[in-house]
Design a protein around this ligand. Structure first.
Ligand code: NAD
Length: 288
């Protein structure tokens, strides 16, 4: 039996739209947070986004203004992955690329103490494979957040082949402390949520390619007709079409041809139209 450490500092790898959102909710929950990325501009953008979200929370009366300084004071940003040696718990949320994540897991296994739990926010990749690259597979699991992290209620916890019940319990407790609801789902490509979301978004892209209607009308039809909170094309822009394409490619490889990415989505990604985060996807976002 491994005695797991008390968790006061959370290390987050990747300061993108998910990484900075996770950093915000972790700091709001009272954890010290170290956010690491390889690009200074990603760290700057992540930091600015957290500040903007907190100030909006104050304006909406959801966050007491006197707490903002303390929340921001719990965040530290770094380009150096070795600084994660001070973390008691890791959430990896870098780009959805299998080789990049494999390399990161090997590195995180070296940089962190052997009793530290390492989780991944991957949307679709095998957590069991990432766990197998470490010397602590029992302490590896998925911790799948949703976008925007400070608003979405769910954390889907992914139970990989070797994940121990203690690890799942600790992750559940941390997610609850962040104010989230949890579910525990077995490790299969796309888990429960991405599997459906990617398929819906892909099919909406095929409709767009087939000329069924304008993006606005396709989204409106599905939103109002199926009572969805937002249209699947709009959601794809929010997720990031680059991420969505990677998810679909992984699911096509592992679950079959029904997940073949729509060629039009591939073209959008080739053109750099990744969605809201870059100001242009299916729709335009001029203020981004
Ligand atoms: P993003 O493109 O906004 O951010 C990815 C970040 O990773 C970038 O800042 C990039 O600089 C950084 N990065 C790249 N290589 C790195 C490295 N070697 N070390 C540290 N940082 C590195 O993407 P995102 O939407 O934040 O997605 C991140 C992860 O979260 C992916 O695995 C994705 O599948 C998952 N996810 C995304 C969503 C969503 O809706 N976007 C939802 C749930 C989970």
């Amino acid at each position: 039996m491994v005695f797991l450490r008390e968790i006061s500092t959370i290390g987050i790898v990747g300061a993108g739209q998910m990484g900075n959102g996770i950093a915000q909710v972790a700091a709001q929950a009272g954890y010290q947070v170290i956010v690491q990325d390889v690009f200074p501009e990603a760290l700057n953008k992540g930091h600015a986004n957290i500040e903007k979200n907190l100030l909006k929370g104050v304006q909406l009366g959801k966050i007491p203004s006197e707490t903002v300084k303390a929340i921001l004071g719990r965040l530290m940003f770094t380009l150096n992955i070795s600084e994660l040696a001070d973390a008691d718990f890791i959430i990896e949320s870098a780009t959805e690329d299998p080789e990049l994540k494999a390399e990161l897991f090997r590195r995180l296994d070296q940089e962190t103490a052997p009793d530290v739990i390492i989780t991944t926010n991957t949307s679709s990749q095998s957590v069991t494979r990432l766990a197998g690259l470490t010397k602590r597979p029992g302490l590896v699991a998925g911790m799948h957040f949703f976008n925007p992290v400070h608003i979405m209620k769910l954390v889907e916890i992914i139970d990989a082949l070797e994940t121990t019940p203690e690890t799942l319990q600790i992750i559940t407790d941390i997610a609850k402390k962040m104010g989230k609801e949890t579910v525990i789902i077995k490790d299969m490509p796309g888990f429960a949520t991405s599997r459906i979301s990617a398929m819906l978004g892909n099919e909406a892209f095929y409709m767009l390619m087939d000329g069924l209607g304008t993006p606005e009308d396709i989204d409106k039809a599905l939103k109002l007709g199926l009572n969805l909170p937002m249209g699947p094309l709009e959601l794809g822009d929010l997720v990031g079409l680059d991420t969505r394409l990677k998810v679909l490619e992984n699911m096509q490889q592992n679950l079959g041809e029904r997940f073949r990415p729509c060629p039009l989505m591939r073209k959008y990604v080739e053109a750099g139209r990744y969605g809201k985060k870059v100001g242009k996807g299916v729709y335009d976002y001029p203020d981004k």
